[in-house]
Ligand binder design. Structure first.
Ligand code: ADP
Ligand code: MG
Length: 227
């Protein structure tokens, strides 16, 4: 099996990394080999003279295969701001062709399933012309949408699904991630999305920072993704 999926979200900080780690754990429990990539990260800390992004470190720890950090996260921009601005601040320029080449390079390491986490939401600009959506088009990668369940998420989720379809890409599934335990009408919001999003709901992940990925895998139905 050689499958790959791009993980997008309704926004930044909605649980893309959290859910990607769960998906990697679920795939591992199925006996599948995995890669988790974060080709572009804005917001890094220095570890021994190297810039390291926390998302990329989490993916690197959760995937089954061994890849050097530079392949997991080849573009590590220090500033935690919009990627094209972080790139300019670092004296660099982002392009779809270069990012796609870096992802393809990492994927030369064989794995049953590769999950590629985006940065921010679907239409994040890379330069004056291209967006992250263009990278997903170039990679021709099915998309998984992480919905951070809170007020406003219906509009963000439906807009994102529409934009994925407009890009000509399949939405393989979506995950309801309950990031806000105090949100009103959580069940009703999820029911609304189940009715309206054109892809299966792969799971409803509860708010559970104190629980390990191994505990939370039960909330995902990975079969819906693989079949
Ligand atoms: N289901 C959840 N329960 C508790 N905390 C969560 C959950 N999902 C995400 N978080 C927390 O919310 C924050 C943002 O999640 P993260 O996965 O980093 O978002 P993104 O990758 O979309 O920016 C992190 O601190 C993460 O641990
Ligand atoms: Mg993340």
């Amino acid at each position: 099996m050689r499958r790959r999926f791009f993980i997008t979200g309704t926004d930044t900080e909605v649980g893309k990394t959290f859910v990607t780690v769960l998906l990697l754990e679920a795939l591992k429990q199925r006996g599948l080999t995995t890669l988790g990539l974060k080709p572009l990260a804005a917001g890094c800390e220095q570890h021994h003279d190297q810039w390291r992004n926390d998302d990329a470190l989490q993916l690197q720890a959760a995937m089954t295969e061994n890849l050097p950090y530079e392949q997991v996260n080849p573009v590590a921009l220090p500033a935690a701001i919009a990627p094209h601005l972080a790139a300019a601040e670092a004296g660099r320029r982002l392009t779809v062709s270069r990012l796609a080449g870096l992802v393809r390079g990492a994927m030369l390491t064989p794995a049953d399933v590769t999950l590629v986490e985006g940065a921010g939401g679907w239409l994040v600009p890379l330069n004056e012309r291209e967006t992250l959506a263009n990278l997903v088009q170039e990679l021709n990668c099915p998309v998984i949408l992480v919905v951070g369940v809170r007020l406003g998420c219906l509009n963000h989720a439906l807009l994102t699904a529409q934009a994925v379809a407009a890009a000509g890409l399949p939405l393989a599934g979506w995950v309801a991630n309950c990031i806000d335990p105090d949100a009103a009408r959580i069940e009703d919001n999820i029911a609304t999305l189940k009715q309206r999003l054109p892809a299966p709901c792969l799971g409803v992940v509860p708010n559970a920072l104190d629980r390990t990925p191994v505990d939370l895998v039960q909330y995902l139905d990975i079969d819906l993704l693989l079949n």
